[in-house]
Design a binder for this molecule. Structure first.
Ligand SMILES: Nc1ncnc2c1ncn2[C@@H]1O[C@H](COP(=O)(O)OP(=O)(O)OP(=O)(O)O)[C@@H](O)[C@H]1O
Ligand SMILES: [Mg+2]
Length: 454
């Protein structure tokens, strides 16, 4: 109980000092950004990066500096660039002159090396309004929504036309994406879904033909994208297209900056500790007292479905791992949650093995999405983050489960496809490193201060 009281104290102090510290933080940022604006030639990323190092906002890193030089080159190239309008005649008969589009960048490397930080620095400082920075999951969700909308429109139109309309939705979807932004900053490029894998080649061919420039970050080098994925041979041509339009550069920094010593908050509780549930209950109460609401059930309407959360208060939700990852939820649901809730309590996270590949995949997506939107999490778990996923093969069970999945997909056990990563859990094992790195950063005071209640 004494420990619980300490936590209450700590939390009350945090809440009491939060407003003041934020005021000072905002003030400092404001003065700082004004000075920076006076000091810099707008858009000089090299000088901006150096300034961040000199003022202690970043640790010096020669590998990052090298990337900043590439980013600055791209920045200069896109100055004054606009994709030419593609008229009917150019599209079908060509103009004789090849469209000169600056090559984008595909930045890849291990977790926590600063890829997203550099991409954001570029995005925030490059001089074009036609830019969009988006997490790859959200981008693909948007693509699928636009495809769906286009198809629905065509069905409506077909009834009034004698000849059946063309059903290829990719060109119009690519056109509408280009109209919204021709500089796409795609964070965490990853291909794990066969649906995405099959449309990427056509979609990106259209986007590149429209003059779109891509800056992407990823944990995988292009040749390893969709590694061991089902029907990968259909995906492989996309890799060449990507490489033709983006310089591929590794970021080889030695450290995961997320693991540097930083002030941590107690937000990750082990179930083996006494009072874990009491502590979380108390913290939930404190968080609720800051919300202008009562504790109640909340139903989120997502893509025509109702997703219910029994315990919520304002922008705080108290739920279990099972509620989040043991029912058929996906990126779109986690994205909606991060728009509605600033703090999520996740109770009873179990240690995951290959037997729970699906749950592990959902948990990876959930943490990626929450991290991207600065959602605060409090957890109770069986084991510390680095032990959450163990790739111990429980052969008997996985074989049974895999056999069922193979039957559903009509894949024989002797075929090449039976070695695909959906059966081996290889993709989950790989991606879990990112999840662990994020779970560590999500415990820091710095992370917690990033998102305020809206
Ligand atoms: N040079 C640096 N000095 C101090 N902190 C840094 C430095 N570079 C990055 N960071 C910090 O490290 C954390 C991780 O960086 P970032 O999210 O950009 O990594 P990442 O390479 O995108 O990782 P992931 O592959 O998991 O997405 C961020 O909080 C970022 O601000
Ligand atoms: Mg990143």
């Amino acid at each position: 109980m004494e420990r619980c009281v300490n936590i209450v104290q700590l939390w009350q102090n945090l809440c009491a000092t939060k407003k003041k510290s934020h005021y000072i933080f905002i003030q400092t940022c404001f003065v700082h950004s004004r000075r920076r604006r006076d000091y810099y030639e707008k858009g000089n990323l090299v000088a901006l990066y150096q300034h961040k190092v000199e003022t202690g906002q970043l640790l010096p890193d020669e590998h990052q500096e090298n990337i900043v030089n590439y980013l600055q080159e791209l920045n200069i190239k896109i100055k004054g660039y606009t994709p030419p309008k593609q008229g009917f005649f150019q599209k079908f008969f060509g103009t004789g002159k090849q469209l000169e589009v600056p090559k984008g960048l595909y930045l890849y490397g291990a977790v926590g090396r600063g890829k997203t930080m550099l991409m954001d620095m570029f995005h925030d400082n490059c001089e074009t309004k036609n830019k969009r920075r988006v997490h790859f999951h959200s981008f693909m969700l948007d693509v699928h929504t636009r495809i769906h909308e286009f198809k629905s429109k065509m069905v409506g139109r077909e009834k009034t036309q004698r000849r059946p309309a063309s059903y290829d939705p990719i060109p119009p979807v690519a056109k509408s994406l280009t109209e919204d932004a021709w500089l796409l900053c795609l964070d965490e490029f990853q291909v794990t879904d066969i649906g995405d894998a099959m449309i990427l080649k056509r979609l990106f061919t259209e986007l590149f033909n429209n003059g779109v420039i891509i800056l992407a970050t990823s944990n995988r080098c292009p040749d390893d994208l969709y590694k061991n994925g089902l029907q990968r041979s259909n995906f492989v041509p996309f890799i060449k297209i990507l490489k033709d339009h983006c310089q591929t550069i590794p970021l080889e920094s030695e450290f995961d900056y997320r693991l540097r010593t930083a002030v941590r908050q107690k937000v990750y509780f082990l179930k083996s500790e006494d009072d874990t549930d009491d502590s979380l209950n108390t913290i939930f109460k404190i968080l609720c007292s800051k919300e202008n609401d009562i504790v109640r059930r909340k139903i989120l309407r997502i893509k025509g479905r109702n997703v219910t959360f029994p315990i919520t208060c304002g922008q705080v939700v108290d739920c279990s791992f099972d509620e989040l990852c043991n029912r058929p939820l996906g990126a779109v649901d986690y994205l909606s949650m991060s728009q509605v809730f600033h703090t999520v309590i996740i109770r009873n996270i179990p240690q995951l093995t290959l037997r729970q590949k699906t749950q592990a995949r959902r948990f990876i997506t959930l943490i990626d999405t929450f991290y991207d939107h600065k959602v605060r999490i409090l957890c109770s778990a069986d084991v510390p983050p680095e032990k959450l996923f163990v790739s111990v093969e429980d052969t008997e069970v996985t074989e049974d489960e895999n056999r069922k999945l193979m039957d559903d997909l009509d894949i024989s056990q002797s075929s090449e496809s039976s070695k695909a990563s959906i059966f081996s859990g290889e993709e989950e094992v790989f991606a879990f490193d990112r999840t662990i790195s994020r779970l560590v950063e999500m415990q820091t005071t710095e992370y917690w201060e990033q998102r305020e209640a809206s």
